[in-house]
Design a binder for this molecule. Structure first.
Ligand code: AMP
Ligand code: GLY
Length: 433
């Protein structure tokens, strides 16, 4: 197999790393990739907004399969462009990718198919209507921009002033452009979050290892929300009876709904769940693998990932099993100074070899570029320091030993990834969990 991976983050580095372990893989390219990926696979320039250029590239390279990491090209219809040209791509068509691309679409879909989710107070096209509704909602309130905002379009708050200021940024100052033109208000849910991701071939699916990510910047869930500061995976975060409930009440009804509405979903489907006292409820769908969840999932993946992706693309997942190794995996994100608000770039990254030589550790690159053997930061999330161990505490020890060897001026990472936490009361207290 010759495979093109689209994207440039830690998720894509983990995908490339896992694909290269398959005996069936002859060549992997990544576009645009990053400094670390360029050590493992050939990286090629690509503007992620240019769907035609992506299809031209896959066609020119003779890639037998293209795997898409980030949401933007999927929401813009990269799968449709490739299908039109007879090119194999793993990812849902534009219509189905609206499950992530539009919170309003997703919420209406869940309501149509009675999929458990937070109840909606209202959907607003005008800021006046939104401000007025603040008088008649319960608190905490969750305010969501309809469109893609790179993880910045959701506010959980108990403060009417904060809600009003967020509406102003979305609907009057248009900070997120068209993505903030429509706004949804929903009930704040309390509980622990769980990321449950499946791989679908249109009819059949396999479930990947369950993960939990840590979205806030600092320890103890303090500071602003980020794309994810770390994740972990172990079997005990998903007892069998809970998985059965998730499958029965959420996954299967979602797949039945997609089929009923003529959406042929081929690709990864991510269920962002809140495990409430009233059962699991959907916070969001993503039409792709998560970042940094993928790093934790693939570190435990005990199956041929390249084969599974190829079988999913050709509708033959029925015979595939996605086994995960026993024990646990963890991924600690090393972020640039100032991330997420104003990350500073261009710093040299030292200690990579020492970190990678810690037994059990694997370093995935995100915002990096390479000049010969030297690496420099180019993004907010710089590295994902991954590790596997017999349990979470063993994996965590390895990851933190490796992370301590990395030296980047001003960089920071959370020290509490994977530590057990009481069910989050953050929603009740009016903070983003
Ligand atoms: P979303 O992009 O919809 O997943 O929202 C991002 C994050 O906001 C989630 O991972 C949760 O931490 C939080 N969140 C979203 N919706 C809710 C809700 N209804 N209740 C509590 N927290 C929520
Ligand atoms: N880590 C959350 C996401 O990928 O959306």
């Amino acid at each position: 197999m010759k495979i093109l991976v689209i994207g440039s983050g830690g998720r894509e580095h983990a995908i490339v790393w896992k694909l290269l372990q398959s005996a069936a893989v002859a060549k992997v390219w990544c576009a645009p990739g990053n400094g670390g990926i360029s050590k493992d696979a050939e990286c090629l320039p690509l503007d992620l907004n240019d769907l035609k250029a992506a299809a031209d590239l896959a066609s020119r390279l003779g890639a037998g399969l293209t795997i898409v990491g980030p949401e933007l090209p999927l929401a813009h219809g990269i799968a449709d462009e490739f299908a039109k040209r007879g090119l194999a791509l793993l990812g849902p068509p534009r219509k189905a990718a609206q499950l992530e691309g539009s919170k309003v679409f997703a919420k209406k879909f869940m309501e149509r198919f009675r999929i458990p989710t937070a109840s909606t107070y209202g959907i607003y096209d005008s800021p006046i209507d939104a401000y007025t509704s603040l008088c008649s909602v319960d608190w905490p309130l969750v305010v969501k921009a309809d469109g893609l905002c790179a993880g910045k379009g959701v506010l959980v708050t108990s403060s009417p002033d904060e809600a009003a200021a967020f509406i102003d940024r979305l609907m009057e100052k248009n900070e997120f452009g068209d993505a903030g033109k429509q706004v949804l208000f929903e009930e704040g849910l309390a509980g622990r979050e769980l990321s449950y991701i499946i791989l679908m071939d249109g009819k059949n699916f396999v479930s990947l290892a369950p993960t939990r990510d840590h979205k806030r910047t600092f320890d103890n869930d303090q500071g602003p929300n980020t794309g994810g500061m770390g994740a972990f995976s172990s079997a005990d975060i998903l007892p069998p009876e809970l998985e059965i409930k998730i499958l029965e009440t959420i996954v299967r009804p979602t797949l039945a709904g997609l089929q009923k509405e003529g959406m042929n979903y081929c690709g990864f489907l991510y269920f962002g769940l809140m495990l409430t006292s009233d059962g699991p409820k959907v916070l969001e769908y993503n039409c792709r693998l998560g970042d940094p969840e993928t790093q934790a999932i693939l570190l435990r993946a005990d199956f041929d990932f390249a084969d599974a992706c190829a079988q999913a693309t050709s509708g033959n997942l029925a015979a595939v099993q996605a086994k995960s190794s026993d024990g646990a995996s963890i991924c600690v994100v090393v972020a640039s100074e100032g991330y997420p608000e104003k990350p500073k770039f261009g710093k040299e990254i030292l200690g990579l070899e020492a970190a990678a030589s810690v037994p059990g550790a694997t370093i995935f690159h995100a915002g990096t570029r390479r000049e010969g053997e030297k690496y420099y930061t180019t993004g907010g999330r710089v590295l994902s320091v991954g590790a596997v161990g017999k349990d979470l505490s063993a994996a965590s020890k390895i990851a933190y030993e490796a992370a301590s060897k990395i030296r980047i001026d001003g960089a920071h990472y959370r020290k509490d990834i994977g530590t057990p936490r009481a069910p989050s009361k953050a929603a009740v207290e009016g903070q983003n969990p």
